[in-house]
Design a protein around this ligand. Structure first.
Ligand code: PEP
Length: 248
């Protein structure tokens, strides 16, 4: 069975005072019946992990280097994320692919580095608006899945996040039928390649998820949760999404 996961990506947002949102989230959701993850900027990871240590909230990184250490100024490794208390790492987010030119091969190498540190990789895929309008969504996502997920992926070491690039931070969301079509295709490909491990892998939807649309999105077959950007920054909003996932 795929785990139900509400994952927050704080991106390059938040300084120490934002940790108050974590305290508010824990107070409002002391024992969520779904998995909850927050990936803060790396400057906050250790402090956030200390705060969530005794709670059901997991923490993680937003990216990692493919190597475990070395002369890579400005980068952090999966081992460092583990040392700071993280248990997940997002790899292949569209902002990394676009801003840093990361390829599917780079993402696959990073996912292996995440596994080597005994952490869980959240591997992101998703089409641009031009690709959707050209009718290429399924082919683009299939190519990213094939190239970005290393052999050896299981439900225990990998989560997939389908995030249409045009829906991230825009308030635009695909129709429920469109989400259903992509998630069904992802599930079929994961099962074909990884057998029962593919059935066990969670597939998150990401792109402008809010408390007001979360119930509808979580009712779509093969949507096992969400990767949430903007709405994960405020305890009230992210809490509303957690509640919706608990109801699903
Ligand atoms: C994201 O960055 O992964 C994301 C889904 O952002 P938002 O929820 O703000 O669209």
């Amino acid at each position: 069975m795929a785990r139900k996961l509400a994952a927050g990506n704080w991106k390059m947002n938040g300084t120490g005072e934002a940790l108050g949102e974590i305290d508010a989230l824990v107070a409002a959701h002391p024992a969520p019946i779904c998995d909850v993850l927050i990936c803060p900027p790396s400057t906050l990871l250790s402090r956030m992990s200390d705060r969530t240590n005794a709670t059901k909230i997991a923490t993680g990184g937003q990216d990692c280097h493919a190597n475990s250490n070395g002369a890579h100024t400005g980068d952090i490794s999966a081992q460092m994320i583990a040392d700071a208390g993280g248990s997940f790492v997002i790899v292949g987010h569209s902002e990394r692919r676009a801003d840093h030119g990361e390829t599917d091969a780079d993402v696959a190498t990073k996912a292996k580095a995440v596994w080597d540190a005994n952490l869980i990789a959240v591997i992101c895929v998703g089409e641009t608006l031009a690709e959707r309008e050209a009718g290429q969504t399924i082919d683009v996502v299939a190519g990213q899945l094939a190239g970005s997920i290393p052999d050896g992926a299981t439900g225990a070491n990998t989560v997939i996040a389908y995030e249409p690039v045009w829906a991230i931070g825009t308030g635009k969301v695909p129709t429920l039928d469109e989400i259903a079509a992509v998630h069904a295709d992802i599930r079929a490909r994961l099962s074909q390649r990884f057998g029962s491990h593919g059935t066990d892998m969670s597939i998150l939807y990401g792109g402008s998820v809010k408390p007001s649309n979360a119930d509808d999105i979580f009712a779509v077959p093969d949507v096992d949760g969400a990767l949430v950007g903007g709405a994960s920054l405020k305890a009230d909003d992210f809490g509303g999404i957690i509640s919706a996932l608990e109801r699903a």
